[in-house]
Design a protein around this ligand. Structure first.
Ligand SMILES: Nc1ncnc2c1ncn2[C@@H]1O[C@H](COP(=O)(O)OP(=O)(O)O)[C@@H](O)[C@H]1O
Ligand SMILES: [Mg+2]
Length: 267
């Protein structure tokens, strides 16, 4: 599926109403992350299904809210016109209510985030962290310098993403870039934890400011009501505050200094 097909409203409708069948489970995942298919009228798409019941309790996020946060993150990305999150809905399934997200077929040859020796950093990449590997040799965490990744970094500022690992950045077969795993987002307290720190202190480009302005208009309207189906009122208010703050001071923020700035493991 190319990016245009992914954004076809019929896909979201299919995810919401089609027949959901579970075919497997991602064993490396931290929650019960299932894979399956959704079918209606002879059309089938692959999906991820995370039942609320399979959510691992966390100390800082209220129980049973991660699926809703994934849907809210998708709605924010769509409202800004960024198309960064695969279509995601909340619905019932074989293991009860959960989030269902379109599966993105990835191009496994393309990596946008990597840990490499300092002299192996690809041309034009941005270095985020200098570290040492398990043998004590220098290693760096770096990511590509691409507009889509910068947009994702801004999305993460907006949704206050506490877990943007390298493995949560997907490159589809057509080159489109998607972010996944937005269960630990949209908390009221600053929890930004990401590998995409490459633009700290740089101005937010105009096209992304347009998206932020669009998002603010939507938050002043119907999006606010829709989001309260998935988030608390104070979480929606905190989201609005972050958007207003970025519009007032349009630059990529630095780590807050509270808690780790980079998720571990980073992939
Ligand atoms: N929509 C998707 N399309 C393609 N691959 C996905 C999608 N969602 C998740 N994945 C893959 O599955 C892995 C585990 O999913 P993730 O959402 O990170 O689960 P968990 O919440 O358990 O960490 C991801 O790192 C990614 O490789
Ligand atoms: Mg994950």
């Amino acid at each position: 599926m190319d990016a245009r097909e992914v954004r076809d409203p019929a896909v979201t409708e299919l995810l919401r109403c089609g027949r959901l069948e579970v075919t497997g489970r991602i064993l490396s995942a931290s929650n019960a992350t299932l894979v399956g298919t959704v079918e209606a009228d002879g059309v089938t798409v692959e999906c991820v299904y995370k039942p609320v019941r399979g959510e691992r309790p966390l100390w800082d996020f209220p129980d049973g809210t991660l699926a809703g946060r994934e849907v809210a993150s998708y709605l924010v990305s769509e409202s800004a016109g960024w198309g960064l999150v695969p279509p995601t809905v909340l619905r019932d399934g074989p293991f009860g209510p959960g989030m269902v997200q379109l599966w993105i077929e990835t191009d496994t040859d393309v990596e946008l985030v990597d840990v490499v020796e300092p002299r192996q950093v690809p041309d034009g990449w941005r270095v985020v962290l200098h570290a040492r590997d398990h043998r004590g040799n220098p290693a760096v965490l770096a990511h590509a310098d691409r507009p889509e990744l910068r947009r994702m970094a801004l999305l993460d500022d907006v949704i206050n993403n506490a877990d943007r690992k390298g493995g949560h950045v997907l490159v589809a077969g057509d080159g489109a870039v998607y972010g996944v795993d937005h269960g630990v987002c949209l908390h009221t307290e600053d929890k930004l934890r990401t590998v995409l720190w490459g633009w700290v202190g740089e101005p937010v480009p105009d096209d992304l400011l347009d998206g932020l302005a669009r998002l603010r208009r939507e938050l002043d309207g119907s999006l606010c009501t829709t989001l309260t189906e998935h988030l608390s009122r104070s979480e929606v208010a905190a989201l609005s505050d972050r958007v207003a703050g970025l519009l007032a001071a349009p630059e990529f923020p630095a780590p807050s200094g509270h808690g780790p700035a980079i998720p571990w493991p980073a992939f």
